[in-house]
Each structure stands twice: as C-alpha cells, then as structure tokens.
Design a protein around this ligand. Structure first.
Ligand SMILES: C[S@@+](CC[C@H](N)C(=O)[O-])C[C@H]1O[C@@H](n2cnc3c(N)ncnc32)[C@H](O)[C@@H]1O
Length: 263
C-alpha cells in the first residue's frame, strides 16, 4: 500500500480545491486519508499524483470518488424519537409564530429521505400549511435520486404501515413518494463549506454530516446557519453533534439536538 507523507496529502487537497472546488481541509484528516487511500488501492492507483491525473480526465472516476467521500447513508425518520420531538414540540411553535410561508432547509439531504420526512410531518401537522423545503447536498448524483423519489423498503423501516400507505405509491420494485409530499421540496446542489447560504429560514435540519468535519469546519457552518435562520428559528442537528457552547454562536438549547436562534 502507498504510504503518503503529510505534504503529499496537503498538495493533493490543495489541487482538489483549486481544480474541482471541493474543500477537504475541513474534513477530519485521518478519517479522510484512510478512505482516499483505500479507494486508490482498490483502483490500483499508486500515489496522489497519479490519482489527480486520472481524476482530471475521468469524470466517471470523479463521480465515484465523490460518492466515496460523501457517505450517503440515510433513511426516512432516521432516529425516530428526535422527529417526534420536532413534530410535537418544535414545529407547532414555529408554525404558530409564522403568518407567511414556513421556510425549511434540509442541508446535506443525501437521497432525499430527510427532506421528504419533513414534508410528511408538515403536511399532517396542518393540512393546508403553506411551506417550502429547500433540500441540498454536495453530490449531484445523489440529488438525481432524490428528485426521482423512489425508495426501497429498507429506507422505510422507521415508518409505520399507515405512514407508508399515506406517503407512497407502491410499485412493483420500489415505493414512489406521493406527489403532494414531493411538490413543496426543491433540490439544489450546495456545498456547506464553500457556497453562500440563503437567509430567512424558520428551521434548518442538518444531521449526520458535521461529524465528518473538523472543529473549524463545524464552527464555520454553525455561524453560517445562525445567520441563515430568522430570529427565533431553530437548528436541528444529529445525534452525535451537540453544540458545546450554543450561546457563543447566538443559540439557546431548546431540547437535545435543537437550538433556537436568540439574536
Ligand atoms: C450521512 S449523509 C446524511 C443524510 C441525512 N442528513 C441524514 O441524516 O440521514 C451525509 C451527506 O452529507 C453530504 N455532504 C458531505 N459533505 C458535504 C458538504 N461539504 N456540503 C454539503 N453536503 C455534504 C454527503 O454527500 C451526504 O449525502
């Protein structure tokens, strides 16, 4: 196996950022290197230099590389109890405070399960609720799957039969998300570490991606999320991603994994 030096890695990361716009500096280095080297070994590429040369000319390899870096594991109602808190405690208050359209952002949405889970919940909280969901991810390929809205049974294991019946049309080989759940969701490619953030969100959901980021990466993202929320808006993060000093970012903790913007 190729043993790299720190400098080799730094040069590789710099080139990837310059040429492909992908900033790996905010991802935990040991974890990221292990994955990249494993990928290179599988492809029988002998060093970073050769890997870069191949990436420049082989778009299929580039797409595969992106897929490997991003880890797209997800499902509907992932960690169910947190979604119950969102539905019963957090959303009713946000809806009550809002007289115009409720704006929600599912950031790093992978193949769409999280964004559609939000839509399922918002629809059943209030039948004629006016809302829109922006759903973004760094990976273009995964967003194509999200737009299709086709899922296997495995993605639905946290859902009850009644929820499945109400949210999907059962086809022979897959479950198709219902049109009225899909309609308020808009998918767009977005890199949390590089791109501008929209503003005025009532709720931002960003789960199971910040665990891959360094402390500095997380800090940048928390600050940007705070600006992207309206005052009183809520950030919902993943099970292993507690914010240690929420007040330092202008948040107060509402419940475990929910933070409200205080200024
Ligand atoms: C494990 S999935 C989480 C999906 C969903 N949020 C959930 O909790 O089930 C992580 C997602 O983060 C995306 N991602 C990784 N780095 C990103 C970045 N810099 N900006 C936006 N999305 C990113 C990946 O493409 C992947 O789809």
């Amino acid at each position: 196996m190729y043993t790299d030096t720190r400098q080799d890695y730094a040069v590789f990361v710099h080139a990837i950022k310059q040429e492909m716009g992908l900033d790996l500096t905010f991802y935990k280095e040991t974890q990221m290197k292990r994955r990249i080297l494993g990928f290179m070994e599988k492809k029988q590429i002998k060093n970073y230099h050769a890997f870069l040369r191949k990436l420049r000319v082989d778009s299929q390899l580039m797409a595969e590389f992106m897929g490997m870096i991003t880890i797209n594991v997800t499902q509907f109602f992932r960690n169910r109890s947190k979604w119950d808190t969102l539905e019963k405690q957090v959303l009713p208050r946000l809806i009550q405070e809002k007289f115009s359209k409720l704006r929600v952002w599912s950031a790093a949405c992978s193949s769409g399960e999280e964004a559609y889970t939000l839509s399922i919940i918002l629809k059943r909280i209030q039948d004629n609720l006016n809302y829109e969901i922006l759903a973004t991810d760094i990976e273009a390929e995964i967003l194509k799957r999200a737009v299709l809205g086709r899922y296997s049974e495995k993605q639905l294991i946290e859902m009850t039969d009644a929820e499945i019946l109400a949210s999907f049309e059962k086809k022979e080989a897959y479950y198709q998300i219902e049109k009225d759940i899909q309609k308020p969701v808009r998918f767009r490619k977005h890199d949390l570490l590089v791109d501008e953030y929209d503003r005025g969100f009532d709720l931002i959901v960003c789960r199971n991606v910040l665990i891959y980021f360094t402390a500095e990466g997380k800090e940048v993202v928390y600050q940007k999320f705070q600006k992207a929320l309206r005052p009183g808006g809520v950030l919902f993060i993943g099970g292993s991603e507690q914010i240690l000093n929420p007040a330092g970012y202008g948040f107060e903790s509402v419940d475990n994994f929910f933070y409200r913007k205080i200024r």
